[in-house]
Unconditional design. Structure first.
Ligand code: DC
Length: 240
């Protein structure tokens, strides 16, 4: 007996991007969304952080565009994401443990404003996204790196809420437990100003991005809101 093929709902492969300021919940939301869809998750901030570690170790200052260009050109940078988050290797040496120190966080904000660094990572990010089925998180994903992404989210939240979240995160790390909420708030404000005010690829929402203000939302609510948009998108492109 010939079994009739079942009508199967297939979702076309999507490239999904999330942009937004620090502490808006992008990392966790992107990771969960990618897991839900069985997509790859790419934390582009980790790549910028890796370059900041390399610049510090090589003694290249954030203002030294020529030095940064030379550093990036000869660099082999690799990243994978596992359950613990993004892991990064620079020229074969793992730098994951250093990516999120307050020192590297501030240095990354400065280094990521430099055109040499952005140019170097542009091609790498586009190559990583060429097969779609990926969720990319960053600051300029929807505007510069993937202006043709299938679905763009812009996650935001009030400064106080974002600083509270980051402060709570640091409480889990013995090295930074004594940072006060005021310090974290000040640093975040500084980073917001750097990321949004820079000349090259500033943090900005793409005109076609879906805005989600996470200030009063639980993670589950954020994820459900994103999945609803993914389904809408898939519905528009559904095939049998
Ligand atoms: O997302 P994050 O906090 O790990 O990002 C670290 C820094 O890198 C942040 O100051 C902004 C910058 N960044 C960027 O300029 N462009 C990206 N696509 C991702 C991060």
């Amino acid at each position: 007996m010939n079994a009739r093929p079942s009508r199967r709902f297939q979702m076309r492969d999507l490239l999904i991007v999330l942009d937004g300021p620090a502490g808006a919940g992008k990392t966790t939301a992107s990771r969960l969304l990618a897991r839900e869809l069985c997509y790859t998750y790419v934390d582009t901030g980790a790549l910028y952080r890796g370059i900041a570690v390399a610049a510090r170790d090589a003694g290249v200052r954030a203002e030294d565009d020529a030095g940064l260009r030379a550093l990036c050109q000869g660099m082999d940078i690799r990243a994978v994401t596992d359950a613990g988050g993004a892991r990064v290797w620079i020229n074969g040496a793992e730098v994951t443990g250093e990516l999120r120190t307050p020192e590297i966080t501030m240095l990354t904000s400065a280094v990521s404003a430099r055109p040499a660094v952005r140019e170097c990572l542009l091609g790498i990010q586009r190559r990583l996204g060429q097969n779609k089925r990926a969720v990319f998180e960053g600051r300029d994903m929807g505007t510069v790196v993937f202006p043709d992404a299938d679905l763009k989210f812009f996650l935001t939240a009030g400064l106080a809420a974002r600083a509270r979240r980051r402060h709570a995160e640091l409480q889990g790390d013995a090295r930074h437990r004594d940072k006060t909420l005021e310090e974290v708030t000040r640093e975040m404000e500084q980073r917001d100003a750097n990321d949004s005010g820079r000349e090259h690829a500033p943090l900005a929402a793409a005109p076609d991005a879906v805005w989600i203000d996470t200030t009063e939302m639980t993670l589950d609510e954020v994820l459900r809101a994103m999945l609803a948009r993914v389904r809408e998108q898939a519905g528009n492109d559904a095939c049998l």
